[in-house]
Write a protein that binds this ligand. Structure first.
Ligand code: NAD
Ligand code: TYD
Length: 380
């Protein structure tokens, strides 16, 4: 079959990447979708079982840091678009092992940028019809305060410039123009990679887009992150390690809404632009934990709130950012994207998915990962 373009999606075996690969493979049979993934502990081809036999899908096991492999792949497949998600993504791991984060997130991104640039510059049409789309995080902007100019206690209702009314824990939000101020080795490495992408645009004219998204949740997220970890622990009546007092605020978006935003931006976004992606959905960690306990208990037919005593306050994460809150008005106004799911509905769906996929959880929490995990949290 003839395809009208080849697109590389890096990190397609991970959490968000698998949703992006699935969306593109199903929606665009005319595109050849090449999933490039090293299959670290976070990458799992079981996440893509339903599409692995589709004629427009190919998997390539490779390390994005391998410049020769990336160059050969981009050239041989005549790639015209790259959607780059591969990264080390867990803040707690970055605190333990910052080098791996610098290697993959910074050097890996640089290797892809350089490989794409040299190939595209060698073509007669050069950059025409080409795009390097880099997926980043709101964590690069640093931490926001929980304040209101009139001293009103959060949360309070506020209105974004897109006209959206929502509950907020402070009067400031991350905008595309917010200066970078990363605090964790993870966010420092992501910030550095974002700078390289923009530098390649400014220096060589490489068509590039960067998007910064808030915390994602949904199916196929590795159970080291808050929501899947806690759902699994509640099910098995294991302690729920809440960092500090559980007062930190995160802004949550259902992963399929992020994938839809990536689709819209890949096709209609303006090269050289940055777009923030988020659903104006701020939650205190402790409130999410309570919602998770109620939802899991209800789904399992347990007495409501029966598992509240699993909440265990533990030593706070070093450098723990107080509040993230993203203003995605630009994306909503310019490209017409908006989130499709209310949080309550998304959490119901997510809890149901993890309860129905115990096998998937068992597989990814067995063996090597389990050893690492026990080691990481020993002493708490
Ligand atoms: P994830 O950890 O679930 O998946 C990362 C994937 O990248 C895995 O499949 C892994 O095998 C692969 N990978 C890691 N190192 C690699 C390498 N050297 N070469 C090739 N592949 C490699 O991550 P995620 O949560 O799906 O995040 C994906 C991207 O989205 C990341 O860039 C992350 O910074 C960004 N992001 C994540 C969130 C979130 O809430 N999870 C929010 C905003 C942005
Ligand atoms: P996480 O899912 O690791 O995402 P991120 O650090 O990228 O925001 O954590 C979400 C929030 O939950 C964050 O404030 C840290 C907190 N947290 C806990 O309190 N306990 C845990 O075991 C984990 C994994 C996270």
């Amino acid at each position: 079959m003839e395809f009208n373009r080849s697109i590389i999606i890096t990190g397609g075996a991970g959490f968000i990447g698998s949703h992006v690969v699935r969306l593109f493979v199903n929606k665009y049979p005319e595109y050849r979708i090449i999933n490039v993934d090293k299959l670290t502990y976070a990458g799992n081809l079981a996440n893509l079982k339903d599409i692995e036999d589709k004629p427009n899908y190919t998997f390539v096991k490779a390390d994005i840091c391998d410049f020769d492999a990336m160059s050969a792949l981009i050239r041989d497949e005549r790639v015209s678009g790259i959607i780059h998600l591969a990264a080390e993504s867990h803040v707690d791991r970055s605190i333990k092992d910052p080098f791996t984060f610098a290697r993959t997130n910074v050097m890996g991104t640089l290797s892809l940028l350089q490989a794409a640039r040299l190939y595209w510059e060698s073509l007669p049409e050069r950059y025409e019809g080409k795009l390097f789309y880099h997926i980043s995080t709101d964590e690069v902007y640093g931490a926001l305060q929980m304040t209101h100019p009139d001293g009103i206690e959060p949360p309070f209702t506020t209105t974004a410039s897109s006209g959206t009314h929502h509950l907020a824990y402070g009067d400031s939000f991350f905008l595309e123009s917010t200066p970078y101020s990363p605090h964790s080795p993870y966010s420092a490495a992501k910030a550095s990679s974002d700078h390289f992408v923009r530098a390649f645009h400014d220096t060589y004219g490489l068509p590039a887009i960067v998007t910064n998204c808030s915390n994602n949740y949904g199916p196929y997220q590795f159970p080291e992150k808050l929501i899947p970890l806690f759902i699994n622990n509640i099910r098995h009546r294991k302690p729920l390690p809440v960092y500090g007092r559980g007062e930190n605020v995160r802004d949550w978006l259902f992963v399929e809404d992020h994938a839809r935003a990536i689709d819209v931006i890949f096709h209609n976004g303006k090269p050289s632009e940055t777009y923030n992606i988020g659903g104006f959905n701020e939650w205190k960690n402790i409130d999410i934990v309570k919602v998770l306990i109620e939802t899991v208990d209800r789904a399992l037919g347990r007495a409501e709130g029966e598992d509240m005593d699993l909440i265990t306050y533990v030593t706070d994460r070093a450098g723990h950012d107080l509040r993230y809150a993203i203003d995605s008005s630009k994306l909503q106004k310019e490209l017409g994207w908006e989130p499709s799911l209310q949080f309550e509905e998304g959490i119901e769906k997510t809890v149901r998915w993890y309860l129905d996929h115990q096998e998937w959880l068992d597989e990814v929490t067995s063996g090597e990962y389990q050893k690492y995990y026990e080691n990481m949290y020993s002493g708490r």
